[in-house]
Design a protein around this ligand. Structure first.
Ligand code: H2B
Length: 95
């Protein structure tokens, strides 16, 4: 069973991440990214898809043209877990 992060763990995790915000309900983190065009955006999404599959931890995301909006939460914990932080760090590196 994956543990849900405490508020202080979430705050310190957000400081180590780039551009991620805590969703109003406190149960997810979100980040918006903008690329030069659709092909760049989709290439990023492809890299993230491979990382997500390897981690067995998957984003909720939306893409329109060169913009990608990502939401991370852990369904199994009904909130944020270390899996979200780990994937967010990998996403920051893939951007
Ligand atoms: C059995 C369980 O659904 C799987 O282990 C994974 C799949 N991907 C997942 N992704 C996310 N975001 N949260 C999960 O709890 C999750 N669980």
């Amino acid at each position: 069973m994956v543990e849900r992060l405490s508020e202080s763990e979430i705050s310190s995790a957000l400081m180590a991440l780039k551009g991620w915000k805590l969703r109003e309900d406190g149960l997810a983190i979100t980040r918006s990214l903008q690329f030069s065009d659709f092909a760049e955006a989709f290439g990023f999404m492809t890299r993230v898809a491979i990382l997500a599959e390897k981690a067995d931890h998957h984003p909720e995301w939306f893409n329109v043209y060169n913009k990608v909006e990502i939401t991370l939460t852990t369904h199994d914990a009904s909130g944020l877990s270390e899996r979200d932080v780990a994937l967010a760090k990998q996403i920051d590196a893939a951007a």
